[in-house]
Design a protein around this ligand. Structure first.
Ligand code: TPP
Ligand code: MG
Length: 569
């Protein structure tokens, strides 16, 4: 056991860890304060290759890391101290696991002799995330463990990893080193070459097998009437290639809110509503082939259509192996980025243009939305459409759970350009949405809009502190319908139960909340005021809050009203 220079060796290991993570492609480190993680904190403080983000609440910190990783398409490191600090990362880790985002948690921990004996701030940290993270348990830094072992362990743990990794780091006191730092040159001699270079110690090639369908298989598949489904596709999947595929095949492409194509003029974006329109349903019932890009479809009607239709061939294309079909249909899954798969040498379908009428039906719904939403009373769908119309290709839109994402899925407008769309739909939590949107905004410094419900905003209110660090336009649009409006759509047995146990009306407003965090704030209750406020906020390089005050039943009533119209046409 190392007894001398313990603090210095702790820091040396911390420095090796952070240097190797930076070499493995990590660009951001999110840190919360605490003593036991000091070797990691001090190492991160000197590590110039990593952008640092500090926040006091590990729960928001984890979600911010999630947003940074999603938007920057790279793993993000998180440093926390020991105890419940680690546990507060749990919701973000679950979401990252489910949606394949590599978060690398480095948790400071006590050495074995201080676990389970009443020592302060000590809990059982290994395996705390159960199956939601790959677990690495580092021993306390030890001069008898070669640095090569540490580096190669990290390379194997992080390389090609698409889900969270939890590296638990036990440190024995003292934690705070004295200057000058002890001489570790003999210890480091075996990694002298690594120290001169910038590459990771070990390199791993990617697992990509590149197995694609043969020309024959493609020709057989495109024979007949088919549908292309663009489900959840991260921006880097470049789903616009799927529009070209649809044109090449002559098959319709129907799009989910999370496909990056929901507003695309070449897509059938209004599929959720079309599936309750008799004429569109009858046409879609003729389809015999389907190819689904991605998974986690939002629309229950689209999920049911995929489940109930008797497909002759069902293909799914995913970037990595994952089970993403709750209907368990028999299928061929191909593992490839969506744009690569779309760019194969596809022949034209024998039934090209079989569903051309869908384009007209889709356009008719857009006209209906213009009349029934844009030109009607002020409301949530109207606000969401106004936001969606004002997006361009370098904008980012984070859409919160509950009604916001469903309203966007149902009623988004057809527009020439649109933002990169982000959601947290792995576990569909209403937690951490503010923090995740802040991470998305910081990663790319592009103008970012968050659309969030009032209960969701209250849930994550202290993440407004993270918003203060955003230096590009970040517009936080809170749709305040005084409670969980989504429960209006559920068959709760009576209104009293709905009010008392589900909606949780609170009568709260966000003005003082925004003021507490020093954020620009505006409250609006008309579309003209909203648009003026939103357009101004999008020109302001920093965070602002727009509270949209809407009546409790506006959105749910409008959903029902539009549904009854669609069913009759
Ligand atoms: C962490 C978490 N807790 C509870 C839920 C269940 N839930 C789903 S929607 C919702 C209400 C959300 O209200 P709000 O954010 O105001 O959105 P609205 O329904 O009004 O659109 C709740 C509690 C959840 N999804 N995640
Ligand atoms: Mg609400």
């Amino acid at each position: 056991m190392q007894t001398e220079n313990t603090a210095e060796l702790n820091l040396l290991w911390g420095s090796l860890i952070l240097e190797e993570l930076a070499r493995l492609g990590i660009k951001h480190v999110c840190m919360a304060p605490g003593s036991r993680s000091t070797p990691l904190t001090l190492a991160a403080a000197k590590q110039t290759k990593l952008s640092q983000h500090l926040h006091f609440d590990e729960r928001g910190l984890g979600f911010m890391a999630l947003g940074l990783a999603k938007a920057s398409q790279a793993p993000v490191a998180i440093i926390t101290t020991s105890g419940t600090a680690v546990a507060n990362l749990y919701p973000a880790i679950i979401e990252a696991w489910l949606t394949h985002v590599p978060l690398i948690v480095l948790s400071g921990d006590r050495p074995p002799e201080l676990i389970d004996c009443g020592a302060n701030q000590a809990i059982i940290q290994p395996a705390i995330f159960a199956q939601y993270a790959k677990q690495i348990n580092l021993p306390t830094p030890d001069i008898n463990i070669a640095p090569q072992a540490l580096l190669s362990l990290l390379d194997d743990a992080v390389c090609n990893q698409v889900q969270p990794v939890h590296i638990n780091c036990m440190y024995r006191e003292p934690l705070y080193p004295n200057e000058p730092i002890a001489d570790f040159s003999r210890y480091l001699a075996p990694i002298a070459n690594w120290q001169q270079q910038a590459a990771p110690y070990n390199q791993f090639a990617s697992m990509d097998t590149g197995i694609m369908p043969t020309a024959d298989a493609l020709a057989r598949f495109v024979h007949g009437k088919g549908v292309i489904v663009a489900a959840t596709l991260a921006p880097e999947q470049q789903s616009s290639e799927l529009i070209q595929l649809a044109q090449k095949l002559g098959w319709p492409i129907v799009t989910d809110a999370q496909s990056q194509l929901r507003q695309h003029p070449g897509a059938i974006g209004n599929i959720d509503q079309l599936l309750q329109q008799p004429k569109a349903k009858a046409l879609l019932a003729q389809a015999e082939k389907v190819i689904v890009f991605g998974g986690r479809i939002l629309s229950k009607r689209l999920i049911n259509y995929l489940s109930e239709q008797n497909w002759k061939d069902y293909w799914q294309v995913l970037p990595q192996q994952q089970r993403l079909d709750p209907s368990h249909k028999p299928k061929q899954v191909w593992l490839a980025p969506a744009h690569k798969f779309a760019a194969l040498s596809w022949p034209r379908s024998s039934q090209a243009n079989w569903a051309l009428n869908l384009v007209q039906f889709n356009d008719e719904l857009e006209t209906l939305y213009q009349q029934q939403i844009d030109n009607a009373e002020f409301g949530e769908a109207q606000t969401i459409r106004a936001i969606a119309k004002r997006q361009s290709d370098n904008h980012q839109l984070f859409i919160g759970n509950s009604l916001p994402v469903r309203l966007y899925d149902m009623f988004a407008p057809i527009t020439p350009s649109s933002a990169s769309v982000f959601t947290n739909r792995g576990a569909s939590g209403i937690d951490g949405l503010l923090a995740t949107a802040c991470g998305v905004a910081v990663a790319e410094a592009k103008p970012t809009t968050l659309i969030i419900g009032d209960i969701s905003a209250l849930h994550d209110l202290n993440s407004l502190a993270i918003a203060r660090s955003v230096t590009s336009p970040l517009v936080i649009v809170i749709l305040n319908n005084d409670g969980g409006n989504i429960f209006n759509l559920l068959p709760v047995p009576n209104e009293q139960l709905r009010t008392d146990y589900y909606r949780l009306s609170h009568g709260l407003e966000f003005g003082f909340g925004a003021a507490m965090f020093g954020l620009a704030y505006n409250q609006v209750d008309s579309i003209d005021d909203f648009i003026e406020s939103y357009e101004y906020a999008m020109t302001y390089a920093g965070p602002s809050v727009i509270e949209v005050t809407v009546s409790q039943n506006q959105a749910s009533d409008q959903i029902a009203q539009i549904a009854s119209w669609v069913k009759q046409h």
